[in-house]
Design a protein around this ligand. Structure first.
Ligand code: ADP
Ligand code: MG
Length: 397
């Protein structure tokens, strides 16, 4: 699908996205910059992406009429929302190229399938995931209680629909495991060993249907309460040897999936007594990722540009980062003062700091934990970026 083109009837080349959150919004911006029209399917009338798109189809993700309309409008379709029903992508794929495809999105939606994939390609990726066991039946619970003391203390994670630390609980004992699993309704879970993390990082890979691959250097991520808080994307953010291994592993994982589109692979760095620690693969997201937002301001091509290019079958050049960067996530908390009173952040002062790039997602109501926007700080060198980031973080409470 060439940018700015039109068909014989004069209809403009249009790219579609399932999901209208902030990732969809930034995708829409990137697509529009190249001259594409855009269509967003999201039930929410006020969805961040729906608000800025040429077309907003306001139906449920599995609504046959909505899907038909999206397929009719668009020459290619992607997703920004990993819990979009895989069947909906399957339906769209009957008539339109869909990237990433339903099968790989299905794998990323299910921690059991995801871990099985990581295990299947461990030989080529060179990394394994944390020791774990699948927990779907009472018999499996009993087997874990009897034979897998090595997994405790651990983290019990629902196999599906978990994000930002939701759907997971820490368990210390076999008795606690049974109680917590019951509280989760006995739904399919994985029990993962709690590892001594020294750091977390992620890698963004873009892959085209012609097997071109581009990737960004790993970024180091700091989570607070299970939600990404800060991303460090600059020299010295992690040991170079680990960074190289993480990048190669992420590319191997994407290739082994036959992936088309942008994939984010998250890793743990685990203290194993060695100098830099050991790399463990955690999970993957079949879309651009919060940890890659800095690429909008610090790279010549962003993760969203690569998503557009990959789905449209355009060239995927290796991106170049031109500035060191730190990204601060702006959660709903930032909109409340110490007394819980709503208050607009002091953007005037924040924006007076050099190299600050404010991105707000157009969400009307701030809530604790809700991703309202992000602030990327770029600068000529790591020291000044860190200094401004510290100051901005102070201002934002
Ligand atoms: P989510 O889908 O919510 O992002 P993750 O599996 O990435 O779920 O877990 C969220 C966070 O919890 C991780 O970023 C990490 O900080 C912590 N965590 C998850 N699994 C483990 C583990 N096995 N050992 C130690 N910390 C973990
Ligand atoms: Mg995660």
């Amino acid at each position: 699908v060439l940018p700015g083109s039109a068909d014989a009837a004069g209809r403009r080349a249009t790219l579609g996205v399932m999901g209208g959150g902030q990732l969809g919004r930034m995708f829409v911006h990137a697509a529009q910059r190249l001259g594409y029209f855009t269509a967003v399917l999201d039930p929410d009338a006020q969805s961040p992406a729906g608000l800025v798109s040429h077309h907003h189809i306001q139906t449920a993700y599995d609504d046959p009429a909505g899907l038909a309309q999206l397929a009719d409008l668009c020459q290619a379709i992607t997703t920004e929302f990993e819990n979009v029903p895989a069947e909906a992508l399957q339906t769209l794929a009957h008539t339109r190229p869909v990237a990433p495809g339903a099968a790989v999105v299905g794998i990323a939606q299910d921690r059991m399938a995801e871990k099985a994939h990581f295990a299947a390609c461990a030989d080529v990726s060179g990394v394994t995931c944390a020791p774990y066991a699948v927990l779907e039946t009472p018999a499996q619970l009993q087997a874990i209680q009897e034979n897998r003391a090595d997994l405790l203390p651990g983290i019990l994670k629902t196999a599906r629909m978990g994000y930002d630390g939701k759907g997971q609980v820490r368990v210390r004992t076999a008795a606690e495991l049974a109680a917590r699993w019951a509280e989760l309704g006995g739904t399919a879970c994985v029990l993962e060993k709690l590892l001594p993390l020294t750091a977390e990082c992620s890698v963004l890979v873009a892959r085209g249907c012609d097997r071109q691959v581009a990737s960004f250097a790993p970024q180091r991520n700091v989570h607070v309460g299970g939600i990404l808080a800060v991303t460090h994307a600059h020299e010295g953010n992690m040991p170079p040897a680990l960074a190289t291994r993480a990048r190669e592993a992420a590319v191997a994982i994407a290739e082994h999936l036959g992936y088309v589109g942008v994939l984010c692979v998250e890793f743990f760095v685990v203290d194993d007594g060695s100098e830099y620690g050991r790399l463990v693969v955690n999970e993957m997201a079949p879309r651009p990722h919060n940890s890659g937002h800095y690429t909008l301001d610090a790279c010549d091509v962003s993760q969203f540009d690569l998503q557009v290019r990959a789905m449209a079958g355009l060239p995927l050049p290796q991106p170049r980062q031109h500035s060191p960067a730190i990204m601060l996530n702006l959660l709903g908390e930032v909109w409340f003062d110490a007394n819980g009173q709503m208050q607009e952040p002091d953007w005037h002062t924040v924006l007076s700091l050099p190299g600050t790039h404010l991105h707000l997602y157009g969400k009307m109501h701030a809530r604790a934990g809700r991703k309202m926007g992000h602030l990327t700080i770029t600068g000529p060198d790591v020291v000044s970026v860190k200094r401004v980031a510290r100051r901005a973080a102070e201002l934002l409470g």
